[in-house]
Design a protein around this ligand. Structure first.
Ligand code: NAP
Length: 450
């Protein structure tokens, strides 16, 4: 009999690392709850399909979900099927791990024009997320991606790399067809600060370097001031800057490639322009102030592009019934303990992952983040006995009309996706529609028409 029952809301890496840490360090029973009938969050729906090595982390996450004291309760949405009162009544502690799913807006004129979308929409689309809204028009020769982070690199890479090496991945066939028909040949990444300030990691830049048929262009003039990152570190050149310099020195060869990614530093978009849809983006040249901030120089130029994807970071939405730090876009907390406006811990509430610390860090960062949160849970629950059991949870969920798709249901989805993938020589053919995910998860294969 487990000593306590803990709910983890969100089955991405942050939530599953927390569940793993709990069952390793305590004899707690853990329910991992997710609104989607499939687990793994950003690993399934955020990591790019051409990064299978990053996706391989699923193997260790799966081991946690298969632990005898862990249950997966999919298709259960916080705020729709269950609320804080339900979790407070049934669990001794709840760890919220719902991540940061929403793109921050750019806040510039023309952002609403057709052809201007968020990078997170694009990522959801190429990863077959059931919420992905519509496809993307890839019928113009140039696109702009705003932001100097790894998501911008993922998006630029997927737009230019060609479909050959994507054919065997789990990318949805409809997306593969759209990429095959794409006319995009030039992608402009717009970075508002200097080369040493960009948040790109070297590994992701090297991925571009190694891409066949894709040139990377950097204007040497953009590297005259590397930015406050270089000034602060006192280093002449980081590995990133070395790469930018190498690209800048190799312009003729890079330009001759069939597709090109242009990385522009000191370039801030000020307006997206067009009649019925995006036709161009207006950019102001930025420069560094003596204080290390940036300001516009009043020098403008316009790039002709038919698609603009804003990739300026993610944001969590407030969760109903829970506090929210509007400025940071997180659940307010001290080392994982959720706190009220006076900074006092709200008993039994905890948080981990991007909802705790904001949208930064790679997947592995969530391990240490979860360890800190779980340490707080263990300290607070020492000597406590369970206030409820799994039978009461199941009973309560049924009474609320929740149609739970458990780990067995996910295995049905998984098996179906792998089988469909095998039929077409691919790793997996993802099920991308809500109705079909639910039908296959519930074992109603006949309803899918297969
Ligand atoms: P990010 O790393 O925070 O980058 C956001 C970028 O947007 C920054 O360069 C920021 O510039 C810029 N920005 C913010 N507001 C802007 C504005 N109004 N106008 C122009 N630019 C603006 O975010 P991300 O790319 O979404 O990545 C999120 C996290 O996921 C990161 O930790 C990333 O490393 C991780 N990730 C990792 C991988 C991987 O390992 N393969 C892949 C994807 C994502 P400033 O610096 O000037 O604010």
């Amino acid at each position: 009999m487990p000593s306590v029952n803990v709910a983890v809301v969100g089955s991405g890496p942050a939530g599953i690392y927390a569940a793993g840490e709990l069952v390793r360090k305590t004899d707690a029973a853990v329910d991992v709850i997710d609104r989607i009938p499939a687990p793994y969050g950003l690993v399934r729906y955020g990591v790019a399909p051409d990064h299978p090595r990053i996706k391989a982390v699923v193997k260790s996450l799966q081991r946690t979900l298969e632990h005898e004291r862990v249950r997966f309760l999919g298709n259960v949405e916080f705020g729709r099927d269950i609320d804080r009162a339900f979790l407070d009544a049934h669990y001794d502690a709840t760890i919220y791990a719902t991540g940061a799913l929403h793109s921050k807006p750019l806040g510039i004129e023309g952002e609403q024009l057709p052809g201007s979308r968020s990078a997170s929409d694009f990522v959801s689309w190429y990863n077959g997320h059931p919420d992905a809204a519509g496809g993307f028009d890839l019928d113009s020769s140039a696109a702009a991606v705003v932001g100097a982070g790894n998501v911008a690199l993922d998006v630029a890479r997927l737009l230019t790399r060609g479909v050959g090496s994507l054919c065997a991945t789990d990318i949805p066939s409809s997306v593969l067809e759209a990429f095959a028909a794409s006319r995009v040949r030039d992608v402009h990444i717009l970075c508002r600060r200097g080369a040493a300030d960009a948040k790109f990691t070297t590994k992701e830049l090297l991925d571009l370097h190694d891409l066949r048929g894709v040139g990377v262009l950097v204007d040497p003039g953009d590297l005259q001031d590397l930015g406050s990152g270089a000034a602060d570190s006192g280093e002449a050149a980081s590995p990133n800057v070395e790469l930018f310099r190498a690209w800048a020195a190799d312009a003729a060869a890079q330009q001759s490639e069939p597709s090109r990614i242009h990385i522009h530093f000191w370039a801030r978009p000020v307006a997206i322009q067009g009649g019925d849809r995006v036709e161009s983006i207006r950019i102001e040249r930025m420069e560094r102030t003596d204080e290390g901030t940036i300001h516009g120089t009043g020098e403008f130029r316009t790039l002709g592009v038919g698609l603009v994807l804003s990739s300026v970071g993610y944001r969590s939405n407030p969760l109903p019934g829970l506090p929210y730090d509007l400025a940071r876009g997180v659940l307010p907390n001290v080392a994982g303990r959720v706190v009220d406006e006076d900074g006092n811990h709200i008993p039994s509430l905890y948080v981990t992952g991007w909802l705790k610390r904001g949208p930064q860090g790679v997947i592995g960062t969530n391990k240490t983040c979860a360890a800190e949160t779980v340490a707080a849970v263990i300290e607070d629950l020492a000597g406590r006995s369970a206030r409820s059991g799994t039978a009461a949870v199941d009973h309560g969920l049924t009474a609320l009309g929740a149609e739970v798709i458990d780990y067995g249901g996910w295995r049905r989805i998984d098996a179906q996706e792998l089988a469909r993938g095998q039929e077409s020589g691919r790793d997996r053919a993802k099920i991308c529609e809500w109705a079909e995910l639910r039908a296959v998860g519930a074992g109603h294969l006949a309803e899918t028409g297969r």
